[in-house]
Write a protein that binds this ligand. Sequence first.
Ligand SMILES: O=c1ccn([C@@H]2O[C@H](COP(=O)(O)OP(=O)(O)O[C@H]3O[C@H](CO)[C@@H](O)[C@H](O)[C@H]3O)[C@@H](O)[C@H]2O)c(=O)[nH]1
Ligand SMILES: [Mn+2]
Length: 728
Amino acid sequence: MGSEGYAPLFETRKAKGRFLYRMLAASMFLGICLIWAYRVIHIPTEDGRWGWIGLLLAELWFGLYWLVTQASRWNPIYRSTFKDRLSQRYEKDLPAVDIFVCTADPVIEPPIMVVNTVLSVMAYGYPQEKLGVYLSDDAGSELTFYSLLEASHFSKHWIPYCKKFKIEPRSPAVYFSLTSHLHDADQAKELELIQKLYEEMKDRIETATKLGRIPEEVLMEQKGFSQWDSFSSRHDHDTILQILIDGRDPNAMDVEGSKLPTLVYLAREKRPKHPHNFKAGAMNALIRVSSKIRNGAIILNVDCDMYSNNSHSIRDALCFFMDEEKGQEIAFVQCPQNFENITKNELYSNSLRVISEVEFHGLDAYGGPMYIGTGCFHRRDTLCGRKFSKDYRNEWKRESIKTEESANELQESLKNLASCGYEEDTQWGNEMGLKYGCPVEDVITGLSIQCLGWKSVYLNPARKAFLGVAPTTLEQTLVQHKRWSEGDLQILLSKYSPAWYGLGRISPGLILGYCTYCLWPLNSLATLSYCLVPSLYLLHGIPLFPQVSSPWFLPFVYVILTKYSGSLAEFLWSGGTLLGWWNDQRIWLFKRTTSYLFAFMDTILRLLGFSETSFILTAKVADEDVSQRYEGEMMEFGGSSPMFTILATLAMLNLFCIVGVVKKVGLDMEVYKTMALQILLAVVLLLINWPLYQGLFLRKDNGKMPCSVTVKSVLLALVACACSTFFH
Ligand SMILES: O=c1ccn([C@@H]2O[C@H](COP(=O)(O)OP(=O)(O)O[C@H]3O[C@H](CO)[C@@H](O)[C@H](O)[C@H]3O)[C@@H](O)[C@H]2O)c(=O)[nH]1
Ligand SMILES: [Mn+2]
């Protein structure tokens, strides 16, 4: 292989124990086939026929879906990089990197959080003069702009401090919260100074936010604010563009006399009649504007809440892109989405643990993970629609744009690139840049890149590259998953469907990998059937599962045990806790009966032309008492979302069925023996729904279920029980 003396910049290892896993999976599949056989052979002719068929369909679906999920477990791989080799070979020729940070609402995404993210990426362990940091503000908020201006001043102190003491992480807020006692007296002194500067900046930003007004002297001093003169609302304004630090300017120095990164604020033009395409539109405007400023060969994209937690990640990513043998086919390097606000037992199961630690390593073997919107390094060329060819060579040494224009002139000339009309009659949003029209612009864009022949790579170093903010209430969690699952299902039905467009373009393993997520919404129907049918038939004394003494009982037990011990093992192995796994099972149920159901219905409505793409932002801050309940891992039900009504109704229905049965048969053990699995299922549902009963009847705090939901759910459940008497 390779040229003489070639030492790769990264290495790939296969997971151990693959053979064992595959044997287990094969035995599991055998069990599933036996269950299918049992269902088909024993379809009852009278009592229980419809329920039986409902379960048959659900089990068929679950079995097939389980097969699909095996792709991401079949062949996991792990990557590691050699950053010292990168430095040895390329330190002088490292490419310019443009970093895009997106924000969209100064209330939901507080400016102080946004600037912490910005500062963390400005301070990467990378030649600062090669970095360009671009903040896209879809709210066009003067406050965010002001905060970025403050950050540009603070960065002159912050970056040298980070470099001098090699600190991690480089988000000031997080760093200060983690650092109290320093042994080194020198550093302790400097820490005190820098922390004071930070607190002062924070004060100014928070005061401005509170008053909703920017200090007069700053308004006078910074000409950029005049761009708000023609601003009517966040949905109606001209392009606002300000180069706050011009990296070309020889005076752009930090306090130690080293070069600073370029720093740009952009609020693209918005007009009420003009679809702005959410984050995809923002990213495309940034791609164009940045191409005329630094034109970095690599683009890093982060959400405004995802600070860099590892100052080496750019170098890690470059080890993939710049590897002489395998680098040329890699289009993007994706890091996992990790979060800093996950509680120990992750009540809402928001750590995405198993996806990050298991499934994405599996996808990596088949052509690489999906692009998931944040923590992703792209080759600029491929993000702009370039096809893969064997002779493709990236030109790393591209010169940064040399112009004689001053920052001001340049600024004016660039505004047009972010105007509403610019994309008319162009391929932007289609063949170029991020794709429009899908609530998960990231996944569909990544897929289309892979379909052009490119690979992606999964970078998951021990020190997490990025940490973000996960939803902290049940409703937000369910709404976020509705957006994701709806978007993923749309992809399956779109022109770029992995199922047909992907055929022959990406590997079969990767097609299945995508389908794991694209099929999420369809799980709702099978899950509903499994939550409703067995309980209702239990109430009417009709058995739907084999008796304990029947040989058919065995495959059921085997599949249940293998499936759940496997999932528990995966969860623990990914760093979770036992209780965390139990919570995960609950959220699994909640998502399937609400988020996925709504996603499924909305997708159908969309196909019929009744509904439009929307994007509900995830809140990054919460009220004091909501936060407290989150910290205490107490579920939040405040609010009368229809999703809660569904959850509560299902829980009540199950409760009624259990109570009904116990009342009817008392302690007649024979009945329980013939319906052991049905009873087990009902009891497990009862246990898993426990927080719901608490929220409905036992709690007094503000996070309890609203009374209206309690009343509705009790009534609905009673009606359902009554109706079921006629239909079974
Ligand atoms: O009109 C918009 C809407 C959103 N955003 C930004 O998009 C990012 C993601 O929004 P968030 O509310 O945090 O959604 P999440 O569900 O947490 O985001 C995940 O899922 C999204 C797709 O649904 C991707 O866009 C994100 O990158 C990915 O992290 C944030 O930085 C927003 O500021 C915009 O810039 N403009
Ligand atoms: Mn987010």
